[in-house]
Write a protein that binds this ligand. Structure first.
Ligand SMILES: [Zn+2]
Length: 227
């Protein structure tokens, strides 16, 4: 959990600049809603949907579910350490939470003030309702592109900012795990690794400020691919 928090902090404070209005709860769930043990889904082409088989972020209750047995089965299948895959899945789910709960600094200050003062509780509730509405308005394919984009760049930043050789190697292993998983996943999870990170952040800000209407995948791609 400590390591996950490191990645989450890097994403929040160094990469997106967002601050969390609230924190999600992480909860391992056994058995998973869709156990993989005897399923042929792992042997089929590109069927491994993270949010069906490995974990899930539930925005309405701010909860991250993790499915450890399925994570073990998939780790065996793609050839990585279960603990590495678990961390990659956790970061992915946390990225959904950041898209939902991350506030820009000014809005966060406003929210914190309202939520600490009795007379502001209604205003704080309005902000919570607004961010849930924005989150739920984003197309599901775009949700996956954003979560994958944030996960990948969190891992890369962590690798590049580490001076400690062991920590660098660890981040490299997580990047390898991320790309191995991506190879068995359906299209919404597949991202281009060479896009300019600032473009994605700009697009995400526009979505969160409701300037990119409807949270559509096409607008996101246009901003990322713009020459
Ligand atoms: Zn997801």
């Amino acid at each position: 959990m400590h390591e996950m928090q490191d990645y989450v902090n890097a994403l929040l404070f160094n990469f997106t600049g967002y601050l969390p209005a609230q924190y999600p709860q992480v909860e391992p769930v056994e058995p998973a809603p869709h156990p993989l043990k005897d399923a042929d889904v792992i042997y089929s082409q590109r069927q491994l949907d993270t949010d069906i088989y490995l974990g899930k972020y539930i925005a309405a209750s701010r909860k991250i579910e993790l499915y450890p047995t399925n994570i073990g089965v998939v780790a065996d299948h793609i050839g990585c350490e279960p603990k590495d895959l678990k961390l990659v899945v956790l970061i992915h789910e946390w990225c959904h939470a950041i898209v939902h709960l991350g506030l820009e600094k000014e809005e966060w200050k406003e929210f914190s003030w309202y939520s600490q003062n009795l007379c502001g509780s209604q205003k704080a509730d309005e902000i919570l309702k607004k961010i849930l509405r924005v989150y739920e308005g984003i197309e599901s394919n775009l949700h996956e592109q954003i979560a994958q984009f944030l996960t990948y760049h969190a891992l890369v930043r962590k690798r590049d900012s580490n001076v400690d050789e062991a920590a660098k190697n660890r981040a490299d292993r997580l990047i390898a795990t991320f790309t191995k998983l991506m190879q068995v996943q359906p299209r919404p999870y597949v991202i281009k690794l060479n896009t300019i990170p600032e473009r994605g952040l700009l697009a995400l800000n526009l979505i969160k400020r409701e300037h990119l209407t409807g949270g559509q995948l096409q607008s996101w791609q246009e901003i990322l691919d713009c020459r």
